[in-house]
Write a protein that binds this ligand. Structure first.
Ligand SMILES: Nc1nc2c(ncn2[C@@H]2O[C@H](COP(=O)(O)OP(=O)(O)OP(=O)(O)O)[C@@H](O)[C@H]2O)c(=O)[nH]1
Ligand SMILES: Nc1nc2c(ncn2[C@@H]2O[C@H](COP(=O)(O)OP(=O)(O)OP(=O)(O)O)[C@@H](O)[C@H]2O)c(=O)[nH]1
Ligand SMILES: [Mg+2]
Ligand SMILES: [Mg+2]
Ligand SMILES: [Zn+2]
Ligand SMILES: [Zn+2]
Lengths: 209, 209
């Protein structure tokens, strides 16, 4: 429909500009409180000195995530979407104007906390990352097939809580395999800094000239 | 805009029909995995014999919630929204056709897991309930002012996890008071059956003839 078509046209412009700037762009999608910001805090710390990073973060309100991330990274832009339920390509384009993308190797876009709406909106990213967390329950992959099917990699966060919540890794993985045989799932505990496999996935994608 | 206006017209029809049927309707809104279904499981069990209950549950995919709730209640309708990010009044109207609302005192509508989109769509309910959970982090109220401002009551779930996660009740409550002085917040642990204050809130609203 029309809104989507307009969005995709701007997304193409973004993608072209990102490519020219030599920056790899990640669209991070997950439910509210799944740990997107905690993951980026740990990631920015781990990549310091190895990869030049920047962040665009979207939330309906507040600049709390932008402030948290600003402690680890100079190039951070906070977008407030108001009643908007997802970042769109135009908001990302505006945010790009407040960054120096040519000085970046890796740009993270922390999308609005929402497992549905962001999935359909191309922002011009290179990779779409789907983040689930153990405390949400093991059926969230089955309930969100659009994200599972279109993500380049899936992350399962808060594995440190496995002892305290009823989450079956088997059921979660089976639901994912049922949707796609080729899904890659990386387990993490972002707030505990247990993110090695994710950093290993990122490093080859850190685009340096 | 036009979609919203059409929705509200159908919501008015729903509200009229619910009133004639003498049923009190609750729209339960919360993030994916916040514990909406767990809360309804515990609620249906607690109200058995005291209040005639029914449920309409929306999810992008699967009938897992409908099946869970069907064990405690005969009048359950599962709606699948596909790429849709919220239940709308028309979907509720269709679901009503599959229920016998005149035989109900209390109808729960478990909305799609999403803290944003469902807030703006009137379904014809009597009360809008906002559910947050401790594992999401204490900033979710501040980030979702639209829900906080339009909810009739707010619930904080998974309080049994307080020892294992970094959640400040003070910050959470302060954020809410900042938005509205009159907010009522009920603490619960749905999967542990600790829902007394919520049942106390519901019972006077259980509309019997
Ligand atoms: N136990 C545990 N808690 C975590 C982990 N990662 C994040 N958290 C906690 O989960 C809560 C939410 O984390 P955030 O990073 O704010 O989540 P988010 O996905 O950025 O949330 P939004 O941006 O609001 O959608 C915070 O209290 C974090 O401390 C983890 O690996 N383990
Ligand atoms: N520790 C703890 N876990 C809970 C509580 N309530 C729910 N859970 C767990 O949280 C997970 C999600 O619960 P659900 O009831 O499926 O959540 P939901 O809000 O209905 O999720 P969606 O319908 O998919 O949006 C499950 O693993 C539940 O067992 C609680 O009070 N304490
Ligand atoms: Mg965040
Ligand atoms: Mg549910
Ligand atoms: Zn949306
Ligand atoms: Zn929506």
């Amino acid at each position: 429909e029309n809104v989507l078509k307009l969005n995709d046209e701007v997304a193409l412009l973004n993608r072209r500009q990102f490519t020219q700037a030599g920056v790899f762009v990640v669209d991070l999608i997950g439910a509210p409180g799944s740990g997107k910001t905690a993951l980026l805090e740990a990631t920015l710390k781990a990549l310091a000195g190895r990869c030049r990073t920047g962040v665009i973060v979207g939330d309906p309100a507040t600049s709390r995530d932008g402030e948290r991330l600003g402690r680890y990274c100079e190039q951070v832009v906070q977008v407030n979407t108001g009643h908007g339920c997802h970042l769109d390509a135009n908001q990302v384009r505006q945010a790009m104007g407040r960054l120096n993308v040519t000085d970046l190797d890796l740009l993270f876009i922390e999308n609005v906390g929402n497992l549905i709406c962001p999935v359909g909106f191309d922002l011009g990213q290179n990779a779409k990352v789907g983040l689930f967390s153990v405390s949400e329950g093991d059926d969230k992959a089955a309930k969100h097939p659009h994200l599972v099917l279109t993500a380049d990699v899936l992350l399962l966060n808060k594995i440190d809580l496995l002892a305290y919540v009823s989450f079956s890794r088997d059921r979660f993985m089976e639901d994912i395999r049922h949707l796609r045989a080729d899904a890659e799932v990386i387990e993490l505990a972002a707030s505990k800094g247990l993110i090695k496999a994710w950093i290993d996935w990122l490093l080859p994608r850190c685009r340096t000239r």
